[in-house]
Design a protein around this ligand. Sequence first.
Ligand SMILES: *Cc1c(COP(=O)(O)O)cnc(C)c1O
Ligand code: SF4
Length: 348
Amino acid sequence: MKSLLIHDLTGLEKYAGTCGMPERSEEVDFLYPVLANDYYLSLISPDDPDDPIRKQVFPDPRELDDESSSYDPLAENEQMPVPRLIHRFDDRAVLLATSKCAMHCRFCFRKRFWTKDQESLQDISDSELENIVNYLKATPSVQEILISGGDPLMLPFGRLKKIIESVKSVESVLTVRLGTRIPVVMPHLVTDELAQYLGQVDGLWVLTHFNHSKEVTQQSVGACRKLIRNGVPVLNQTVLLKGVNDTPQEMEKLFRTLISHRIKPHYMFHVDPVRGVKHFATGVDRGLDILRYFRKRLSSIAIPTFAIDLPEGGGKVHLQADYFKDGGYPDLHEKKIISYYPELDRSE
Ligand SMILES: *Cc1c(COP(=O)(O)O)cnc(C)c1O
Ligand code: SF4
């Protein structure tokens, strides 16, 4: 099976129906080029202008109105001890393997890799990889490598294998996490050969990226199932996106469906303050409201950690609704406050 890549607005309209392209789309496409494929576009309901899949791939004029924020708000470029390795937390680091992706998600936090007026990144070279391995050998506190990008599953199989084997050759690296949206947006790239290989790498986890229950299809589930059957644990991260998935009901549906396929919802992120994505931001309170709704309704294995990633490289913060009030905690139905070890913890 082959996939047809769509790089232009005419292609988008041809595959995704009749809703019409918003004004100034050419301008947006010029700065933040469109990229999609026939499979992902086939998930769009052609006559629905508010379709959640459409909003993730179609350019929006509001992308041009947000001049305030930076392309690298998390200051990733300043936390690289060697090129292409972001080392912020003691025990883990991110390796940027490629800048290629199967699609351009409009809300992407590493949009700088595919924005026209920014410097793009070639696939990682042998010498860059060697420098990273040398750094890791000299820095044994790093025990986990997150292979990211771009999307590492866009690399040719042999190249990906080389990267995984290189980082695993460092004795102190015990765990490898592959961050990829391929199972969701181009599932046929998860071949039996790839899944079997990943399954026999000790300590390897896949972190995929479903944002909406419409993305959970026979094909995307099939790709994840291949990984799981070969012994690869599959976790999911979701970005909370205004107008796409920011209702408790949609999130419940997405996470419930994911656990029924043994995919563990791991993270729900607020949109990072990256230039051109502000119209997707909901505010942190929205995320907390969703967690409060889940408290009564949703199995703990379906509930992800809600997190924000602070600007200036300040790191992630895991957020929880604070339930403590009037000396205790509200019961499930919020009918009464029940105190818990009042003599040990907080007093009035
Ligand atoms: C998110 C991130 C990680 C991974 O952190 P977890 O909380 O373990 O998911 C590692 N390094 C950087 C730079 C990150 O942004
Ligand atoms: S797949 Fe990930 S890195 Fe690639 S455009 Fe989408 S959000 Fe960005």
